[in-house]
Design a protein around this ligand. Structure first.
Ligand code: CP
Length: 302
């Protein structure tokens, strides 16, 4: 994967994705190593983030790399009208990898085409979030012992949830049965459903969360993506859909794990947090090891 940008999850083959997961397991055992000394990682966040930016920065710092960048485009020369092309070309001169989050779909692909260093997509609009996908796969494999033959429920905003789009695509490389739970207005886009069908997997659609809890190995909860709605009234209509409460988990399978890319708003009641099935905070921690694996691979150190 040396020098290979990661824009879509499909940029990396199944074998390359598995190699990242295996490397991440090594970093989980030994997260502090000086293997990236002398490298500079740029984190350019044109949209808010807590986990993705800070786990990339933590990953880089624990491996000895220096981090530059911004967490708010209003503190950059974008505020003066600078184009994305010029920003990326300039930051390419200052860094060895660019990690970028941007509200526009396709912006990460564009950045990878104009950059002279590899670009990692940290989320482009409602499109994809491939590094989240790799930490999600790592978390699924770690908790279930396999990525194959699993029943996985995706719950909430399947229309705008970029983490859902890229994880569904990645899981099409495995024998997955998909259970898709959302309000009618927030169903999984047809383009992603076609990908499931083309890969000869089954999917089932529901509007009620209670219908799937007892059937699945992973419950992948998501936030309704308020920032992607053009009409605030449309958000108001769906904002309380699909809320998970602890009492709903009584008939769940013993191996069930509840995942969520976070941040959460109200879709997982806090009374679930102490249930041993809740895995979302460990999932966020796994992001450090997976991002260490990605940085080390792309920089050619592992
Ligand atoms: N999961 C995720 O992308 O979280 P942040 O928006 O906090 O980075």
């Amino acid at each position: 994967m040396k020098n290979k940008s990661l824009v879509s999850i499909n940029d990396y083959t199944r074998e390359e994705q598995l190699k990242i997961l295996d490397l991440a397991a090594g970093f989980e055992k030994q997260p502090t190593q000086s293997i990236l000394e002398g490298f500079v990682i740029a984190t350019l966040f044109f949209e808010p983030s807590t986990r993705t930016r800070l786990s990339f920065e933590s990953a880089a710092s624990r491996l000895g790399a220096k981090v530059i960048g911004f967490s708010d485009a209003s503190s950059s020369s974008v505020q003066k009208g600078e184009s994305l092309r010029d920003t990326i070309r300039t930051v390419s001169n200052y860094s060895d990898i660019i990690v970028m989050r941007h509200p526009k779909e396709g912006s990460a692909r564009f950045a990878s085409e104009v950059a002279s260093v590899p670009v990692i997509n940290a989320g482009d609009g409602a499109n994809q979030h491939p590094t989240q996908t790799m930490l999600d796969m790592y978390s699924i494999r770690k908790t279930q012992g396999t990525l194959d033959d699993l029943n996985i429920a995706f719950v909430g905003d399947l229309k705008y949830g970029r983490t859902v789009h890229s994880l569904v695509m990645a899981l099409c490389n495995y024998n997955t049965t998909f259970h898709l739970v959302s309000p009618e207005a927030l169903k999984l886009p047809s383009s992603v459903k076609i990908h499931i069908k083309d890969n000869k997997h089954k999917y089932f659609q529901y509007t009620e969360l209670a219908e799937v809890i007892h059937k699945v190995d992973i419950l992948y909860m998501t936030r309704i993506q308020k920032e992607r709605f053009s009409d605030p009234m449309d958000y108001e209509k769906v904002k309380n859909s699909c809320i998970l409460k602890n009492q709903m988990l009584t008939d769940a399978k013993p191996n069930l794990k509840i995942m969520h890319p976070l941040p959460r708003v109200n879709e997982i009641n806090v009374d679930v947090d102490d249930n041993p099935k809740a895995y979302y905070f460990q999932q966020a921690l796994n992001g450090v090891y997976v991002r260490q694996a990605l940085l080390a691979s792309i920089l050619g150190v592992k």
